[in-house]
Design a protein around this ligand. Structure first.
Ligand SMILES: Cc1ncc(COP(=O)(O)O)c(C=O)c1O
Length: 338
């Protein structure tokens, strides 16, 4: 794809050649279909439009120095989409078919996979929606699964650096026993207002506290939270956060480099004791936190004064990226090489 300026790409949508679809009806999923249309034909009473029967995933494919294409942990995304489906009563998409659809979508759009040197990657977006007509609040009996891809730029254009995040107590993204552990559209709709306010005030994300007591750290708008102290990687245990696949991977790498790992409730005040803090997710791997501003109390927790990430964030970031791009051996079997 010679006329794409890979290094100018942002995290946005760009039309690619094909997407892959499967339809559910009468209790089963259809064979995969390849489409060159960016549009779908929807009934006006589809449950996805009225009652939020929608779940999605996000994962990436990378081109290595060897020219090979690597997809990162797609089985985990397939399983998480099944969990989301159970959470909002949608038909579960089979793991094997999910993997086949992802591979097909990546291969069919091979010309959009950025070259190794660019630091860009191919973002893969699977989507599952309820499509049958319903006006009562009930689950659909027909569903559509689609996977499309779009090239996205390197997250850190000017190098790996820290950003500030803000705490705003008057907003929650998910209830304690709500849908926070599922990747469903409603959670993101619920986070838009706080996200916009945070961005307008110079923060890269909102750091949410637990919705019930506002005592413990939950997660950031689009990423999990972790803190580092005393050679320990600490990340929140909570019933309202998304189980991040990046976080799960970083935990394993932290253990590999001899760190202790704790997954537990983190009281807000404990931020003062962390040597480093970061957000983690597919988009950035790690987005190290410069400082957390508790906007409601005017208190700041500072992790970096020069914009530079701490040594542990840096180590974990480069280690995970090296596995994704194939620069380091894939000893945990995380990567599917095409
Ligand atoms: C709310 C939320 N938390 C965490 C994450 C990070 O998850 P993952 O590492 O699987 O991308 C994401 C993004 O996918 C997210 O939307």
């Amino acid at each position: 794809m010679e006329n794409i300026n890979w290094s100018d790409l942002t995290f946005g949508y760009m039309k690619t050649d094909y997407n892959v679809r499967s339809y559910y009806g009468s209790g089963k999923w259809s064979d995969l279909e390849v489409s060159d249309s960016e549009h779908i034909n929807l009934h006006i009473a589809s449950t996805c439009l009225h009652y939020g029967q929608e779940a999605f995933e996000g994962l990436k494919a990378f081109r290595g120095k060897d020219g090979k294409i690597r997809i990162f942990r797609m089985c985990e995304n397939a399983l998480r989409m099944q969990s989301s489906s159970r959470g909002i009563m949608m038909a579960e998409f089979p793991v094997e078919l999910f993997e086949k659809a992802v591979v097909e979508a990546v291969k069919r759009n091979e010309r959009f996979i950025p070259p190794y040197e660019s630091g860009a990657s191919l973002y893969i977006r699977p989507l599952l929606i309820g499509t049958s007509a319903q006006v009562g609040v009930k689950p659909a009996n027909e569903y559509l699964f689609v996977v499309f891809v779009t090239p996205v730029g390197p997250y850190f254009k000017e190098g790996f650096k820290t950003t500030p995040v803000g705490i705003y107590r008057e907003y929650d993204r998910a209830a304690p026993h709500g849908t926070g552990t599922y990747k469903v559209g409603g959670n993101y709709a619920a986070s838009l207002v706080a996200g916009e306010i945070a961005h307008a005030n110079g923060y890269s994300a909102v750091l949410y506290l637990d919705a019930k007591e506002k005592k413990y750290l939950d997660e950031c708008g689009p990423a999990n939270f972790f803190g580092i102290k005393n050679n320990t990687y600490i990340t929140p245990a909570s019933s309202s956060i998304l189980p991040s696949i990046t976080n799960k991977s970083l935990i394993q790498l932290a253990e590999e480099i001899g760190m202790n790992v704790e997954r537990r409730q983190i009281p807000l005040e404990e931020l003062a004791t962390f040597e480093e803090a970061g957000m983690c997710g597919t988009a950035a791997v790690i987005s190290p936190i410069q400082r957390v501003d508790d906007v409601d109390t005017n208190h700041s927790y500072i992790f970096s004064t020069d914009g530079k990430p701490g040594p542990t964030c840096e180590k974990l970031y480069y280690k995970l990226r090296a596995i994704q791009y194939g620069d380091e051996p894939d000893k945990y079997g995380w990567v599917t090489v095409l």
